[in-house]
Design a protein around this ligand. Sequence first.
Ligand SMILES: *Cc1c(COP(=O)(O)O)cnc(C)c1O
Length: 471
Amino acid sequence: MTRQTDALRGLPSVDEVLKTPAARVASDRFGRPAAVAAVRTALDASRAAVRAGRLDAVGVDEVAIAALAGLNRDARPNVRAVFNLTGTVLHTNLGRAVLAEAAVDAAVTAMRQTIALEFDLASGRRGERDALVRGLLCELTGAEDATVVNNNAAAVFIVLNTLSKGRHAIVSRGELIEIGGAFRMPDVMARAGARLREVGTTNRTHAKDYVEALSEKTGLVLKVHTSNYRIKGFTAEVAARDLAALSRARGVPLVNDLGSGTLVDLAHLGLARERTVAEAVADGADLVTFSGDKLLGGPQAGFIVGRKELVTKINRNPMKRALRVDKIRLAAIEATLRLYRDPDRLAERLPTMRLLARSHAEIAAQARRLQPAVAAALGRAFAVTVVDCTSHVGSGALPLEGVSSAGLAARPANARKISLARLAAALRNLPTPVVGRIDDGALVLDLRCLDDEASFVANLASLPGAGDAVA
Ligand SMILES: *Cc1c(COP(=O)(O)O)cnc(C)c1O
C-alpha cells in the first residue's frame, strides 16, 4: 500500500514533464496547448496504472515520451495509401479508380491556381463549368449534349426528378436493382418524386409490357444495367434499340442507366463485350447516365449525355447546384477524358486499364519474385506459396467476369485458424496498410494491383518480430 501511495505522491507535475527534452520536441512539433493536453493524458494513464498495481514508479521522461508518442500517433493522416491486394481493381471501399498522372496534374493545377471555371476566356463574360468537359463528352459518346454531377446516383436522381416528378417512370421488374449500401432503384425513384411503374416479371419482360404501361401519365421509360448480378436461364428483356423505338412512338424519353459505362470496347482485355456509351447513344436512348470512377477510371462523377433539350432541362433543375462537381474533380475529369482520344495508349496511361490488362504470366512472375521476401517477413508460423487466383473488376462492373491472376497465399503452418485473422490485422496495421482477402483457410494477396514492389517489401520490415509474433 505504502509503495502505491509513494508512487502516487511521486507523480511529476505537468510543468516538470514539460521541461523534459521529449516534451520540448512535442511542443515544437505540435504547439504548446496540444503538448500540455498530451502530458495531462499521459499523467492520467500513469496514475491509473499505479492504482491498478501495474506500475511502481513514474519517471518524468517516461511520461513525456508517452505524451509525444500519443501525439505522433494522432498526427498520422486518416487518408493514407494502402496496398490493395484484394484482387478487386475498382474496390468501392478502397476508393475505386486510381487516377492517371495527367488527371493528378490537372487536379493539382486547379488546386494551386485560379482557373477559368465559369468564365468564358473568349468573350470575357460569365461561362458555365460544364463547358469544360461538354465537348469531350459529346465527342467520345456521339451525344448532342452532356452534363456532369456528383456521381451516377445523383445523375439518376436528377434525371428522374426532372423528367418524371409526379409522373410514371416505367421500369422492368428485372432491373429494380440495389447497388451496395443505400442505392436502391425504387427508393431513389420515390425520393426523386417519380412514381414507379413496374412492368414484366423478374426474369422476363416483353415489349408489350412496356406498351401496355405507357400512358399520358408516363414521364419516362428507364432501362437499368443490372450491374452487380445477372439473371440467367429462361429470360427475356427488350433491347435498348427496340425500347427506344417504342418510347419514341409515344413521345416519351428513354433513359438508359449504364452504371459503370465504358467508353471503349474492353474485349481486348479478355473481358466480356459490354455496350459502350456511344453504342447506347446510337441505340436511340434520349439520355444515358454512367459513373466517372468505375470502368472509366476517373474521379467520382456522374455523366448525363443525350438530347440537348433534355440536358438543358436538367441543368435548369435547382438540384443541379446541389449536385454539381467542384473545380478539382472537373480538372481531373477533363484530363481523364482526353486520354480516351488515343485508345491505343489507354492501357499505358490509365491505371484502371493498365491493371486490368496485366497478364497472368506477368503477375505470376511477380509472385515468384516476391515469395521469398514475404515468406521471410511472415516467419515460420506461416507457409507462403505462389497461387493462381481470380481478380474482379469491381464496383458492380462485369460481376461474373473473373480475370485470371496470381498472388501469394499464407497458410498457418500449424493449423491454428485464429492466426490468419491476426495476420490480416497485422498487415492492415503496417505503415502502409496491406489489404488482402481470406479465402479457404488462406490469406491471399492478389498481386494484380501491386505496382511498387520495393516499397511493398520495405513496408513488411515493420511486421512485429518479422512475423513470428503475430502467430
Ligand atoms: C454503380 C451504379 C450506380 C451508382 O453509381 P455511383 O457512381 O456509384 O453513384 C447507379 N446505377 C447503376 C446501374 C450502377 O451500376
